[in-house]
Design a protein around this ligand. Structure first.
Ligand code: PLP
Length: 229
């Protein structure tokens, strides 16, 4: 418990400093704790320390954890690649999906989102470095996909997400900047878009400097993962 609270306090302090240095309010950045591969007990500790938003990449694992933590009012974000055969579970059990990169997946999520749950928040994942191994649309495809998603009544398009090539924190600055510019381009016609999901454990301060509104640290909060996901 102590360790969770201490790690959280250290991250919050770094977030506040990075926001302050960028002339931004600390509350303009949401901490999304990436809890993939972590047990329900670890998530509970982090929730008790004050985190509300958790990010998961694997549907089965996430659903098991959610069942164990059903007594807590948490906000669950899906951040992994979305397979078509998993959209039903994602539409029913998450509040956000950061990794939409195909219209087909968006349509399925829209059709499968239960009425009583309110709109599903989505971000479009952009393959900002053009890596062949990465998911996400090319920056120039973000506009067409955004316009398609905007027509879907059960989805609320919020903005863009990226996972830049793992470089040095400063090495990703240019990628963060390009994602922010892609969002500003979209905002000319869709001013309601308000989300830039970018920055992980090693580079979230740079991401905040470049306009991130959601940062996604995992290891910096929970300690090293014991697999390579
Ligand atoms: C695993 C993961 C993270 C967190 O990575 P860390 O290096 O542990 O901070 C953030 N975003 C996505 C999409 C991830 O898959």
């Amino acid at each position: 418990m102590e360790i969770a609270a201490d790690r959280l306090a250290a991250i919050r302090e770094r977030m506040a400093r990075a926001a302050g240095d960028a002339g931004r309010r600390a509350e303009s950045v949401t901490l999304l704790a990436v809890s993939k591969t972590r047990g329900a007990g670890e998530v509970r500790e982090m929730a008790q320390a004050g985190v509300r938003d958790f990010g998961e990449s694997y549907v089965r694992e996430a659903l098991d954890k959610q069942r164990e933590l059903a007594d807590l009012a948490l906000c669950w974000h899906f951040i992994g690649p979305v397979q078509s055969n998993k959209t039903r579970d994602i539409a029913r059990h998450f509040d956000w999906v950061h990794s939409v990169d195909r219209e087909k997946v968006a349509r399925r999520l829209d059709g499968q989102r239960p009425e009583e749950l309110g709109l599903l928040n989505v971000c479009i994942q952009v393959n900002i470095d053009g890596e062949s191994t990465k998911h996400g649309v090319a920056p120039e495809e973000a506009g067409p996909l955004a316009r398609a998603i905007a027509q879907l009544p059960r989805l609320r398009l919020r903005g863009l997400m990226a996972i830049p090539r793992a470089g040095s924190p400063d090495g990703n600055r240019d990628a963060f900047r390009r994602l922010a510019m892609t969002l500003s381009g979209l905002r000319h016609t869709m001013p309601e878009l308000d989300t830039l999901s970018m920055g992980m454990s090693d580079d979230f301060e740079t991401a905040i400097a470049e306009g991130a509104t959601i940062i996604r640290p995992g290891t910096a909060l929970f300690g090293p993962r014991d697999n390579r996901q």
